[in-house]
Design a protein. Structure first.
Length: 105
């Protein structure tokens, strides 16, 4: 397909500079094969529109999952912070009671 669109004229150039026709044809075929192989190799790495849509859907699903997990973590952090605050206040009252008891002794 690529070589149909691109005529390099290698055979003509090589024969015009004195190369044997069979050697020029062989070099032309090798160059065409190398270009075709390079094109096929590059095509394997290209993303198609369908690939892009699948990737987008996958990323959206993963982001939704992460948002849900973050919300869960926020709720858990709030709960733990409330518990920590209750313990802190309870300990403050306990230490205050202990200090008052020590002062009265």
């Amino acid at each position: 397909m690529l070589m149909e669109q691109l005529d390099l004229g290698i055979y003509e150039v090589l024969t015009s500079v004195g190369a044997k026709p069979e050697d020029a044809r062989k070099a032309e075929r090798q160059l065409e094969a190398a270009i075709h192989a390079s094109h096929e190799f590059a095509k394997a790495d290209l993303m198609t529109k369908a690939d892009g849509l699948r990737l987008e859907a996958s990323l959206k699903a993963e982001m939704a999952s992460l948002r849900t997990e973050m919300a869960s973590l926020r709720t858990e952090m709030r709960s733990l912070l409330s518990e920590q605050l209750r313990w802190t206040i309870a300990l403050m009252f306990t230490f205050t009671g202990v200090i008052i008891a020590v002062i009265k002794l």
